[in-house]
Design a protein around this ligand. Structure first.
Ligand SMILES: O=P(O)(O)OC[C@H]1O[C@H](O[C@H]2O[C@H](CO)[C@@H](O)[C@H](O)[C@H]2O)[C@H](O)[C@@H](O)[C@@H]1O
Length: 231
């Protein structure tokens, strides 16, 4: 299983992040997926047990995909064909991802979680820090081939933050509307992948913004989880 957690970086760049830096949300995403996904097939359960083992060993560190900065030697070959997105599954080998998962440095994960959770990004003095953050938490939009490579044989599931990810930040939280275009995109994503909104907001509030019965909603910081009301 591959979780794709979409939120925003401290640099305010709306992006799709591949990083271990969202421990609470990503763990919540994992918990949500345990509730809403069908039982894994024998093939997928091997992958899933690896992730569970890591979660246990790491004391709950996020299972989100971690891709260290790429070097020419470590970059996986680009997939020859990535048209095979069927029912949320991609047809590529998972070995590379599992090796990375097993070889990753847990302390490094924790350090990067700390580094990636500043209370506030400060002005120009932090330019280098910003660059470093981006280096270690690259936007997934620039690693599309690697994501596809890592996705082979796994079910992909999308978890999306709401504020600043699907909606702009506005002064009045009651007016954080998402655009019609964004709603259409979300509807399209949900046709192919189980898709959940993960937010601290309450269910009614976020549902009134999103208005899509096809999604899962993990609201009130995960205390209130609702499945799709519409196929
Ligand atoms: O827990 P999250 O789902 O990540 O939500 C974080 C907060 O989001 C909302 O506040 C943010 O968006 C508002 C509307 O654009 C903006 O006015 C505010 O400054 C932002 O922090 C929400 O209103 C909060 O309750 C959430 O804690």
């Amino acid at each position: 299983m591959l979780f794709i957690y979409v939120s925003v970086s401290p640099t305010n760049a709306p992006s799709l992040l591949l990083c271990p830096s969202l421990p609470v949300s990503a763990r919540l995403a994992y918990a949500v997926s345990a509730r809403i996904l069908p039982p894994p097939s024998p093939h997928r359960s091997a992958v899933s047990s690896q992730i569970r083992r890591r979660l246990h060993e790491d004391g709950g560190v996020s299972p989100a995909v971690t891709l260290p900065p790429s070097s020419p030697s470590s970059k996986p070959p680009p997939p020859s064909n990535y048209d095979s997105v069927i029912g949320g599954f991609l047809g590529f080998s998972s070995n590379h991802f599992i090796k990375r998962l097993e070889g990753s440095n847990v302390n490094g994960w924790i350090d990067s979680m700390r580094a990636a959770s500043p209370t506030r990004v400060k002005s120009s003095k932090n330019y280098q820090e910003k660059c470093s953050w981006i280096l270690y938490h690259p936007s997934a939009l620039k690693l599309f081939d690697q994501i596809l490579f890592c996705s082979k044989g796994k079910q992909i599931m999308f978890f999306l933050d709401y504020d600043r990810t699907l909606s702009p930040i506005v002064a009045d939280p009651d007016k954080a509307f998402m655009t019609r275009k964004m709603r259409g995109t979300l509807r399209d994503v949900a046709k192919y992948f189980p898709t959940a909104i993960v937010t601290g907001r309450c269910r009614d509030k976020v549902f009134n913004f999103v208005k899509l019965g096809e999604l899962y909603y993990a609201t009130s910081h995960g205390m209130d989880i609702m499945g799709p009301t519409k196929n």
